[in-house]
Design a protein around this ligand. Structure first.
Ligand code: FNR
Length: 386
């Protein structure tokens, strides 16, 4: 008898998922993910710098019982890994935000819904049981921003992630060359791309009623996708300051995480407005090209935080080993962006689950070889520091 094989059977790593996603997602949307701003230097270096951190192997320790569970934002998680907010997730695979949220929920890790998602806050809430996290951009239209907060609260969100590193949009040359837009502009070359991906087209048609659900029909004057493009380009707020963030803090009584911190001075500001946690992030190398890699600034920010603010990080995390390196350096958790998005593009919800399983298994094996049984036991003593 021949067993029916899933394309995921031979997928062993996040890189394997990436290869599959590259085949299955039309070029303009695949490259929207696999790209960074300008030279892509920071984007590529984020991943590379993890390779500069080495573990300390220990033997002769009973590691038969190992557990990756931990806490993020006061909630128990199967492993300290949250799904990062990713705009246009629903263009990788129809209903992408719902599928990723369901996969995260079943696995026991947090899912963060981007402000710029295809499925709305309400769509995701309707299709999940547990609270998910909501990511906010503080738009120029503060009344609308306030409405988003109300909708997130109403949907049961208890954790808010406010992203700060987008006062203006960094340029990714690939998006310009691909003439990226959502919905896609129909040209001969885009038509050829889509016709080569019948499965992707089928999924998109099935979910075509979902279109930037957080914004279309909610923001003033935005009732169509063409009005959306104009609205979004006008709404990034380059005037945003810590005073505005104090306003957000006052509006949100749940757990507050500020994302996009790379500098100790900004960590102090975040703590002073009452944020409980920050994400050390350079937006996955999509904003300030030439910014330092996140794993390289982690130690100085951990030391400055002095256990007063929870420190999370993201950027370049592609394995369970990367997660453990960040934890060993003092992070309370990591966010993954592309790692789960490649899974989604490769195989929908099953691909996201597969990405989480890969990371989880890699963590368990590595913990055994470090001589550690619990995440709370992991620290600097597990690393060989230069
Ligand atoms: C992002 N990121 C992001 N961040 C955010 O706060 N709101 C958003 O809407 C988006 N959108 C977005 C789209 C795409 C395609 C990517 C790849 C990233 C940044 C994201 O939350 C996270 O910081 C990075 O993805 C982390 O880097 P890795 O894990 O992708 O290397």
């Amino acid at each position: 008898m021949f067993a029916i094989r899933s394309p995921l059977d031979k997928v062993c790593t996040i890189e394997d998922l990436q290869v599959l996603a590259r085949k299955r997602v039309p070029k303009m949307f695949y490259e929207y993910v696999d790209s960074g701003s300008w030279t892509e230097g920071t984007y590529q270096q984020n991943e590379q710098d993890f390779k500069k951190v080495f573990f300390r192997q220990r033997v002769g320790i009973d590691v038969s019982q190992r557990n990756t569970s931990s806490f993020m934002a006061q909630t128990k998680v199967t492993m300290p890994v949250a799904l990062a907010p990713v705009g246009l997730t629903g263009m990788q695979y129809g209903d992408g935000e719902i599928l990723a949220a369901q996969a995260a929920e079943a696995f026991g890790v947090p899912f963060t819904l981007s402000s710029l998602s295809i499925c709305s806050i309400e769509d995701v809430a309707e299709q999940t049981e547990q609270p998910f996290w909501f990511q906010l951009y503080v738009f120029k239209d503060r009344e609308f921003t306030q409405q988003l907060l109300k909708r997130a609260k109403l949907a049961g969100c208890k954790t808010l992630v406010v992203t700060l590193d987008l006062p203006v949009m960094g340029q990714r040359h690939k998006d310009v060359k691909n003439q990226l837009s959502a919905p896609p502009k129909v040209s001969i070359s885009s038509l050829i791309q889509f016709l080569n991906h019948p499965r992707w087209c089928f999924n998109m048609m099935r979910s075509s009623h979902r279109t930037f659900g957080n914004i279309v029909g909610h923001a003033r004057g935005v009732n169509s996708l063409s009005s959306l493009a104009k609205w979004t380009s006008e709404q990034l707020d380059a005037t945003l300051t810590w005073k505005d963030l104090q306003w957000v803090r006052d509006e949100w009584d749940g757990f507050l995480i500020l994302k996009g911190i790379l500098d100790v001075e900004d960590l102090y500001q975040a703590a002073s407005i009452g944020a409980q946690a920050v994400v050390i992030s350079n937006h996955g190398g999509r904003q300030l090209d030439g910014a330092p890699t996140t794993i390289s600034v982690l130690p100085e920010i951990i030391s400055a935080a002095n256990n007063q603010t929870d420190i999370y990080m993201d950027g370049g995390v592609r394995s369970g080993q990367d997660v453990l390196k960040a934890i060993a350096l003092g992070a309370k958790g990591v966010f993954i962006g592309r790692a789960f998005i490649y899974g989604l593009g490769a195989a929908g919800g099953a691909g996201v689950t597969h990405a989480l399983e890969i990371i989880h298994k890699e963590m368990l094996t590595t913990m055994a070889l470090l001589g550690e049984s619990k995440v709370s036991g992991i620290g600097l003593h597990n690393l060989r520091l230069p």
